[in-house]
Write a protein that binds this ligand. Structure first.
Ligand code: ADP
Length: 259
């Protein structure tokens, strides 16, 4: 991938990939990338062949969350060899860019980069390719929904009203683009005090479930606000790779997506 890739024709879905699932959110910081990496790892643990494509052009977090920082090889200058971590085949736009430089790509460049990552990366045989989208409703979403055979989208939000409002915009976009929404996930649902065990609802609770019900969309589940989720992500091994209640919660979510 060059600094300024131009759009080009490419396959709309890599031939060996059975389904493409996009993880979306209305705004940043609600846990979209955390959900993407944990779903990918949980699915791999369940024996699925999983790919993770980090298309969050403005803040690619998967190299850090999955613990990889090698630039992918391209022996023939055309195909790109993806990386592997925690049983997941992965590729991030962040591995192709200078991490210190701001991205100032116009729409066509973004389209080109996305098409390259879908079409030129040797994904191989995959049951699921998870795409970590940028937040919001911009060019990357538009390209992915209109130019690829997207199986469906998962929308993540915190229970808070403002975050939910933005999530509704993302849902509206998928609706307009006729992309099926597979369901909603509530992240940072509750906080359990590690000292006294008391449950606190820092961003509220149940807002996403209620919204899903109102919109007639599946509610896929909730993930608590847990410092270990953040630490695991920062350390490059998603919490779903281990055991415990949160890893199990991601496992349940992952199963719902492919069953
Ligand atoms: P987004 O992709 O929506 O911008 P991230 O996945 O990067 O959000 O998450 C933002 C921050 O919140 C990260 O530092 C991440 O580790 C943390 N985080 C996400 N989900 C949780 C959670 N359930 N519990 C604790 N921290 C979380």
């Amino acid at each position: 991938v060059g600094r300024h890739p131009e759009p080009q024709a490419g396959p709309t879905k890599p031939s060996g990939v059975a389904r493409i699932l996009a993880v979306a959110s209305g705004k940043g910081g609600v846990g979209k990338s955390t959900l993407s990496s944990n779903l990918a790892v949980a699915l791999a643990k369940q024996g699925r062949k999983v790919g993770l494509l980090d298309a969050d052009i403005y803040g690619p977090s998967q190299p850090r969350m999955m613990g990889v920082n090698k630039r992918p090889a391209s022996p023939d200058g055309k195909t790109i060899i993806p990386l592997h971590a925690h049983g997941v085949t992965m590729m991030s736009i962040g591995l192709m860019m200078d991490p210190e430089k701001a991205v100032v790509w116009r729409g066509p460049m973004l389209m080109g980069a996305l098409q390259q990552m879908l079409g030129q990366v040797e994904w191989g045989e995959l049951d699921v390719l998870i795409v970590d989208l940028p937040p919001g409703t911009g060019d990357v979403q538009l390209t992915l929904c209109t130019k690829s055979e997207l199986t469906g989208a998962i929308v993540v939000s915190t229970p808070q009203d403002v975050a939910l409002l933005d999530a509704k915009k993302a849902l509206d976009m998928f609706n307009t683009l006729k992309t099926p929404v597979l369901g909603l996930v509530e992240n940072m649902s509750m906080y359990i005090c590690p000292d006294c065990g008391k449950e606190a609802h820092i961003f509220g609770h149940g807002g996403v479930r209620d919204e899903a019900q109102r919109l007639g969309l599946p509610f896929l589940g909730e993930i608590p606000l847990d410092i270990d989720v953040r630490l695991a992500g920062d350390n490059g091994t998603p919490i779903a790779a281990g055991d415990g209640p949160v890893a199990e919660a991601y496992g349940v979510l992952a199963k719902r997506l492919v069953d």
